[in-house]
Write a protein that binds this ligand. Sequence first.
Ligand code: CP
Length: 337
Amino acid sequence: MASKQRIKKDFISTQDWDKEEVDKLLAITKDVKLNPKKYRNSLDGKSICMFFYNPSTRTRNSTQVAAFQLGMQPTFNSIKDSWIGYQSESVKDTAIVLARYYDVIGIRLFPNSVNWKYKEGNRILREYAKWSEKPIINFEDDQFHPLQALTDIFTIQEKKKETKGKKIVISWAYHPKPLPLSVPNSTLLITTRYGMDVTLAHPKNFELDDDIVNLAKKNSEISGGTLTFSDNIKEAYSDADVVYVKSWGSRKYYGDGKNEKPLRLPFRDDWRIKEEYLDYTNSDSIFMHCLPIRRNVVADDSVVDGKHSIVYDQAENRLNTVKALLYYLLKENDLEK
Ligand code: CP
């Protein structure tokens, strides 16, 4: 007789999942937001391990509240309080043991935890996934931030009703320190996958990873969207429906703030996002940023607090997307075997 068995799925990049499954996550997110009571305690008795190598405000708190609302037990773990943080235990042993206790494990692992060796954080996440019998959720590594990407495309759908044919400018902005590539990588991949007309805007020397850009090009071909590149703010922002601002580091001096400084300093003023730049966009355009943001360094107060800004609605949706993901991973993802 056929028995129902859950298939373990990890959520390390949205690009790992079929488009139909991402669509399904977005549909559940919409339902979770519209009908929160329907999901209350729906994962009663389940548990989530929240494992952080690095700080977080939104990811940590939205997951903790989501788990509570779904009836789950969330447990916060810092690597400072775990043997792995002292090189006293392997990823293999940590993953196998935690999976014996918990139903799902979320991990945040930034580039500074792997000495800025690009993709090493993602490799470690995938090693956890290899050994864990329970799903691994990427709470942001050095290559991807899939929960943010899911939230962002959901928020764009919510605000703009559709994604196909809408212009988004993914805009670099000045920041005094080199920041990870995970958010721009993930934003580029999800928006090209959903048929948007994407302009990636950044000054010279701040190109994204070639592999990610090539994947994004393929996404655009499949989805019927477009992908263009610009180092000209006026040209890039013109007629945009969505302005997505994020600072990121140069690949040439990845994580090396001292050597990178001369590359970024010339752009400190022009690439601080100002209210007048939004005048180039459509009058009903939305301004997005994943937060945290350094106000008046990355973008002016008049932008972050301005009429185009939806940054708090975007942050609020992190709660709905993580609830949907947990529900999907632990409840919906049953297949007849
Ligand atoms: N956007 C985001 O992931 O925020 P936190 O770093 O605060 O989790």
